[in-house]
Design a protein around this ligand. Structure first.
Ligand SMILES: Cc1ncc(COP(=O)(O)O)c(C=O)c1O
Length: 367
């Protein structure tokens, strides 16, 4: 008997999330040293973590034989203080990915719908289907930003979750305060809106969605320590929401979902806003490097409010493969329905130069 015949068929049908290609795996495949490979595939922070966060993890390491505080109380208090909320309005997860999955566990079941934009994070579709719900996606506007009015129009009595990725991955565009306010004025009460703000620290203007949390509206603002804070490997994300939803997230999570080192790192990182500012400055400078080159080469790119940039190279997968063979890992976009594009994480000046040199060679452009 096939095990697959015993599993839930909708789980068997899932297409697993495809992360950026790991450095070690690439090194093995192309016979290069890991240190000679540049990974600009997963929107990590090339500046690394805050030195304070690294020290906090080193200090916490001697205590790893003891379970961490399952409630992550100190970290949640710090989040509450940082964002001007009550600790009861916070929950944390093993990355914001876990919080996205928990939202599905809490609200999705057969017959229930979730809504997101065509070009947004692929995990929303996966977690909806994992719970055998119905995932609906709404076309982005001509400027690639979310069409919030279109998303409102897609809501039915069966809709429970609307995911607004702001700025959005993989295109890097944003919706502003006025559009969000108009959406919030019209969204029906039975819908919980998830503002996934993984990249908000990089945005020029940051709409205030926490005002809706303070007003007690059914919204969840997701933040992550993986991007501007440089802690992708520590796996910490935060949900800022109503006490009711925070309580549901606590009920649905596994007992020690944020590990000891992750809690220590995130707590220390919140005390180092200068590191975030340095990361944002690096990204702003790097974005100019890429934009200048793409303009000179005459290849279209989408102006980005994030630490990555989407560029139209023609055969995205072939360009990805060619760059990979030269030791630069980028992200092909076929899984996102954008086969002509590749997504490049903005790294240090040196990494960006190497990436641009390799791209110039692969695309036959002037360095
Ligand atoms: C839009 C968006 N949301 C959430 C995540 C998940 O981040 P993490 O689980 O590392 O917090 C990502 C990761 O790339 C993302 O792009």
């Amino acid at each position: 008997m096939s095990i697959l015949s015993l599993a839930n068929p909708y789980v068997c049908e899932l297409v697993a999330y495809r992360p950026g290609k790991p450095i070690e795996e690439t090194a093995r495949e192309i016979g290069m040293k890991p240190a000679d490979i540049v990974k600009l595939a997963s929107n990590e922070n090339s500046l690394g973590a805050s030195p304070r966060a690294v020290r906090a993890m080193q200090e916490a390491a001697s205590g790893v034989h003891i379970y961490p505080d399952g409630a992550s109380y100190a970290l949640r208090c710090k989040l509450a203080e940082t964002f001007g909320l009550d600790v009861a309005q916070t929950a944390v997860g093993n990355g914001s990915s876990e919080l996205i999955e928990l939202m599905a566990h809490i609200f999705v079941r057969p017959g229930i719908e979730t809504i997101a934009a065509d070009y947004s994070f692929t995990l929303y579709a996966i977690v909806t289907r994992l719970l055998n719900g119905t995932y609906k996606s709404v076309p982005n506007k001509a400027d690639w930003s979310h069409d919030l009015q279109g998303m409102l129009a897609a809501i039915t009595p069966q809709t429970r979750l609307v995911f607004i990725t702001n700025p959005t991955n993989p295109v890097g565009t944003m919706v502003g305060q006025a559009e969000i306010d108009a959406y919030m004025a019209a969204v029906p009460e039975h819908v919980i809106t998830v503002f996934d703000e993984a990249y908000i620290d990089f945005a020029e203007e940051q709409p205030d969605t926490l005002r809706y949390v303070r007003e007690g509206r059914p919204v969840v603002v997701l933040r992550t320590f993986s991007k501007a804070y440089g802690l992708a490997g520590a796996r910490v994300g935060a949900a800022l929401t109503t006490p009711e939803i925070a309580e549901l997230l606590h009920k649905a999570r596994s007992p020690f979902n944020v590990n000891l080192l992750g809690q220590a790192a995130a707590l220390a990182a919140l005390d180092d806003p200068e590191h975030v500012a340095r990361s944002v400055a690096m990204v702003n400078a790097g974005r100019r490097q890429y934009e200048q080159a793409f303009r000179a080469w005459g290849i279209p790119y989408i102006p980005s409010q994030t630490n990555f940039i989407l560029v139209q190279v023609g055969q995205g997968k072939a360009v990805f493969d060619a760059c990979l063979r030269r030791g630069v890992i980028l992200r092909p976009m076929d899984a996102y329905g954008l086969p002509e594009y590749i997504r490049i994480t903005i790294g240090t000046e040196t990494e960006n130069k190497r990436c641009l040199a390799v791209l110039a060679e692969v695309l036959g452009k002037q360095k």
